[in-house]
Design a protein around this ligand. Structure first.
Ligand SMILES: [Zn+2]
Length: 446
C-alpha cells in the first residue's frame, strides 16, 4: 500500500487529456428516430398549434400541445428520480404588442431544467417551438400541422431530454418549448427576460427550428448537411468595443460565433458523417428565429437548421394547387435526419454540460514584437487540467492551431506574430471537455 502511494506521487508531472469520451457515442446511439416520429405525429395531430388557437380542448390547439409536452417532460423526470424541474413560464400579449396578434392571449412556454451538480447557475439551453402557423398567421382556427416547422425542433428537444436525463452534468441544461414564435418571437423574449431577471448565467442557446426536411424546394436531397446560424458580434456591445474592433479585429469573433465553432468542431469529432455548415449571419436572409431574443440580451445563441428548405411546406395552408402539394405535413419530415440533428444537439449539450467555465478577462499583447502573449484570470476548480490557446489566420473560419499550455495564467507563443492571426483561450477539464473559446477583450501594453 505504502509503495503504491509512493509510486503515485513519483509519476512524472505531465498532463494527458482524453481526446474523445465514449459516453458521447452512447448518447448519439441512444437518440431514437421512432420516438421523435411519435412526438412529431402527436404534435401535428393537434390540428393547429397557432399561439392564439384553442387552449381548452385536449385534442386540438396550442393548449393541448403544451399540456402534452409538459406531460412528456414530467414522465422523463419521473424516470430519472425527478431530475427535471418542469414548469410553465408565461407572458400576456395583447394586440398592442405587435401587428400579428389577433387577440389577447398568454404566450406559454414549457420549461424543463436539469440542474447541474457543480455549476447549477450556468445554463445551456436547447429549444424548439410549440406553435405553428398556416398561410395567414392571424388565422388561428384553420389547420396548421407544422410537422417540420416546428414540431421537429420540439420533438428533438424532448428526445434530447430523454437521452441526457440518464446522465448528470456539472452545468445545468434547459429543455425549452417556446411559443409565440410565428407572431414575433414572443416566447423567446419572455423566457430570455425571465432568465435575466433571475440572474441565470446562460452560456449557450441551441435553438432548433426546422430540423426534419431533407428535400429542398429546388429538388436537392441532402440528409447530411445542416446549418448553424450565428451573428458575428453581440448587439449589446458598447461603442467603445465596436470602435476597438477597427484596430484589433474580431469582426467575426463574437460569443455566438464561438458557440457555432464549438458545435461545428464537436460534430466533426463525433459525427464525422455529418456536414455542419456555419452560416455567418444571425439567421436566414431577413428572417428570424427564437435564438434572437437571447442574443438581444447578450447571450450566446445559434440556430440549428436543415440545409435545404422547402417553401411549399412551410407557412402554407394544406392544399393542392396546379398539381403542387402545399402544407407542412408529416410526409415532409425525415425522422432519421431529425434524429441526427437531435444527436448533434445532445452531444453539444453534453460536452458543454461536462465542460469547465471559460477563462475570464482574456488579454492579448505583442504589438511590434516577434511573439504573442496571452493572459487570463484562472478558475479555481480542481478538475481543471489547464488552458488551451487557439489561433488561426484572420481569413479562416475555424480555429486551426492550438496549444495546451497547462495550468498557467499567461503564456507567450514564441515566433507567432500577433498581426497575422486571431487568438483565443479555452479552459480544459481533466475529463477532456473544453469550454468555448474566449476572444481577447483587452490589450496588454508593455
Ligand atoms: Zn415558421
Amino acid at each position: 500500500m505504502k509503495l503504491k502511494l509512493a509510486l503515485f506521487f513519483l509519476l512524472p508531472f505531465s498532463t494527458l487529456v482524453a481526446q474523445t469520451d465514449t459516453r458521447i457515442y452512447d448518447i448519439i446511439n441512444a437518440v431514437s428516430a421512432q420516438r421523435i416520429e411519435k412526438d412529431i405525429r402527436t404534435l401535428a395531430d393537434f390540428g393547429t398549434r397557432n399561439t392564439f388557437s384553442d387552449t381548452l380542448s385536449n385534442t386540438r390547439g396550442i393548449g393541448a400541445a403544451r399540456r402534452f409536452i409538459k406531460s412528456e417532460f414530467d414522465k422523463i423526470s419521473k424516470d430519472c428520480k425527478n431530475c427535471l424541474e418542469v414548469f410553465y413560464q408565461k407572458d400576456l400579449v395583447t394586440p398592442k404588442d405587435g401587428n400579428r396578434i389577433p387577440k389577447e392571449a398568454y404566450v406559454v412556454n414549457v420549461v424543463a431544467i436539469q440542474k447541474g451538480t457543480k455549476y447549477p447557475n450556468r445554463y445551456i439551453i436547447m429549444s424548439g417551438d410549440i406553435d405553428s402557423r398556416n398561410s395567414d398567421t392571424m388565422d388561428y382556427t384553420t389547420d396548421a400541422p407544422g410537422a417540420n416547422d416546428n414540431a421537429s425542433g420540439m420533438a428533438g428537444t424532448m428526445e434530447a431530454a430523454r437521452v441526457l436525463s440518464k446522465y448528470q452534468f456539472e452545468n445545468s441544461i434547459i429543455y425549452l418549448g417556446l411559443s409565440g414564435e410565428e407572431q414575433g418571437l414572443f416566447g423567446g423574449k419572455g423566457f430570455a427576460e425571465y432568465a435575466k431577471a433571475k440572474g441565470m448565467e446562460i452560456i449557450a442557446v441551441l435553438n432548433n427550428d426546422m430540423i426534419g426536411n431533407i428535400e429542398g424546394v429546388d429538388g436537392v436531397i441532402d440528409n447530411r448537411t445542416f446549418r448553424i446560424f450565428s451573428e458575428p458580434t453581440p448587439v449589446t456591445e458598447t461603442d467603445k468595443e465596436r470602435n476597438a474592433r477597427r484596430f484589433y479585429g474580431g469582426e467575426v469573433d463574437g460569443i455566438s460565433r464561438q458557440l457555432a465553432r464549438y458545435i461545428h468542431k464537436t460534430t466533426q469529432t463525433y459525427m464525422p458523417e455529418m456536414n455542419p455548415m456555419m452560416v455567418y449571419r444571425l439567421d436566414r436572409f431577413g428572417r428570424g428565429g427564437h435564438h434572437r431574443p437571447f442574443n438581444d440580451l447578450g447571450y450566446a445563441g445559434v440556430r440549428i437548421m436543415e440545409a435545404h428548405e422547402n417553401y411549399n411546406r412551410q407557412h402554407q395552408n394544406t392544399r393542392v394547387e396546379n398539381g403542387i402539394k402545399y402544407g407542412d405535413v408529416i410526409e415532409g419530415v425525415n425522422f432519421e435526419y431529425a434524429k441526427k440533428l437531435t444527436a448533434v444537439n445532445a452531444i453539444n449539450l453534453a460536452s458543454l454540460g461536462w465542460s469547465p467555465p471559460s477563462p475570464k478577462k482574456v488579454a492579448i499583447g505583442g504589438v511590434v514584437a516577434p511573439s504573442t502573449v496571452l493572459k487570463w484570470d484562472t478558475i479555481d476548480d480542481k478538475q481543471i487540467a489547464g488552458y488551451k490557446i487557439y489561433w488561426r489566420l484572420t481569413t479562416s473560419p475555424q480555429w486551426e492551431n492550438s496549444r495546451f499550455v497547462g495550468d498557467v495564467s499567461t503564456f507567450t507563443l514564441d515566433g507567432i506574430v500577433i498581426d497575422n492571426y486571431y487568438f483565443g483561450v479555452a479552459t480544459v477539464y481533466k475529463n477532456g471537455f473544453e469550454s468555448m473559446v474566449v476572444f481577447p477583450s483587452s490589450v496588454l501594453r508593455e
